[in-house]
Design a protein around this ligand. Structure first.
Ligand code: SF4
Ligand code: ZN
Length: 421
């Protein structure tokens, strides 16, 4: 029997209306994380017999023990969930929701995730009687409400004792995060028989469909294959649907007849053939919320990638905004494609055209963000060390002449690949 939790036991408002609320330094009563203390969060699947539903415990001092304001405390929240349809693969999906749940609280601000969480509680919330157990109450209610199809029982423990927070981080949280990362990294398109289609963005790009695979996440960056799998489980008739990976037409381009058929149906016939690994032949469409855009620079025999946050012009002579206006809208634009940041370290990244070795330019911030994964992938694919250092950025040049000079100096692999077009 499922219980819907509608009333939340908290002295402040809890609603998505408070999501964008900031808590400034002067309004802050307590702060966890943000480089001053440890702060981490974990959702953990447990056996049904190990979880006591609605048990909320605070181990360590509460915020009312403050001797100075703002009170900087260590913090950890462990959310134990159990349910017949729960799977360990759903843990990160539920865990990422903690960010939203905490931001829904009036007078609470949450940034980050895992062990880089950063939480602020405002003075006003404290004065209204808000204490740590209320964080637990909100998480409990939201977990039961939003994930009622998989969470039958939920128990929450909050730690503020410095030794416990440090000890459990090392013994419980970090190993759990590592296991998940290994699981994600070991998931290959070859090893699954189902991809997922996501049509969530059709409200503003009616013919757009993302195909999400283990090695290619949704272009918004928010929907990994595991997320899609969990979303489908949580909302079986929703915007995310399974697509059987059958009817292989071209393995190199990544074309399966069932995938194309799913896109055709979901796009109401607007797009009838889609490749997953090519930017030139029947590439996936883009809606508007891509984290990055990749576009061909013919003279460099490769592509530039630019992220949304970068405001200046790129070596293709266009800014992100200008590229976005020609890439988005749910149409196929050979030579340009929107994608998630995480796709940059994927071995499937335009693998039909030579893969990651085609990347010749990225904004520096993006390059640093993806550096480690990119270097590992390039080492495995091409036996190149420190590939990221061969990629040009805006501090070196944003003109095609300077770009080419740099690529030649570095012996960039794109220069010796077949002509891209
Ligand atoms: Fe779904 Fe993200 Fe693709 Fe939109 S961009 S359709 S939300 S995966
Ligand atoms: Zn979108």
């Amino acid at each position: 029997i499922k219980i819907k939790v509608t009333k939340i036991d908290a002295p402040v408002g809890v609603s998505s209306a408070f999501e964008g609320e900031r808590i400034r330094k002067n309004d802050m009563y307590a702060e966890f994380g943000g480089q001053k203390t440890k702060a981490w969060e974990l959702v953990r699947m447990k056996d049904i017999s190990e979880v006591e539903d609605h048990k909320i415990e605070v181990i360590g001092p509460d915020i009312d023990t403050a001797d100075k304001i703002p009170y900087n405390m260590p913090f950890a929240v462990v959310v134990d969930v159990a349910g017949r349809s729960m799977e360990t693969d759903f843990e990160p999906v539920l865990e990422r929701r903690l960010h939203y749940f905490m931001n829904y609280i009036e007078g609470v601000m949450h940034i980050g995730q895992r062990n880089i969480a950063w939480i602020r509680i405002g003075k006003e919330a404290f004065e209204k009687g808000f204490r740590l157990k209320h964080i637990g109450e909100v998480i409990y209610a939201k977990m039961r409400d939003d994930f009622d199809s998989v969470v039958d029982k939920c128990q929450i423990t909050i730690y503020t004792d410095a030794d416990m927070v440090a000890k459990l981080e090392k013994e419980v949280a970090l190993p759990r995060y590592a296991t998940r990362d290994e699981r994600l990294a070991s998931l290959l398109d070859e090893n699954v028989d189902t991809f997922y289609s996501c049509a969530l963005c059709q409200s503003f790009a009616p013919s757009h469909v993302c195909i999400v695979t283990p090695e290619r996440l949704g272009l918004c960056g928010a929907v990994s294959w595991l997320d899609a799998k969990a979303t489908k489980e949580l909302d079986p008739t929703g915007a995310v649907q399974p697509v059987p990976k059958t009817g292989v037409e071209d393995e190199r381009l990544g074309i399966w007849s069932e995938v194309s058929k799913a896109v055709e149906t979901s796009s109401q016939g607007a797009v009838s053939r889609v490749s997953l690994y090519s930017i030139l032949e029947d590439p996936m469409t883009s809606c508007g919320c891509f984290e990055c855009i990749c576009g061909i620079v013919p003279e460099a025999n490769g592509v530039v990638i630019v992220n949304r946050e970068f405001g200046d012009v790129t070596p293709v002579g266009m800014t992100f905004g200008e590229l976005a206006s020609m890439t988005g809208g749910g149409v196929q634009t050979p030579g340009f494609m929107g994608h998630g940041r995480h796709f940059i370290g994927s071995k499937k990244f335009m693998s039909a055209e030579g893969g990651l070795a085609r990347i010749v330019w990225m904004p520096k911030e993006l390059k640093e963000d993806v550096r480690d994964r990119l270097n590992i992938a390039a080492k495995e694919l091409y036996n190149i060390d420190n590939f990221a250092d061969m990629i040009c950025d805006e501090t070196i040049s944003t003109e095609s002449e300077g770009l080419l000079e740099f690529l030649e100096e570095k012996g960039h692999p794109a220069l010796s690949l077949d002509p891209i077009m």
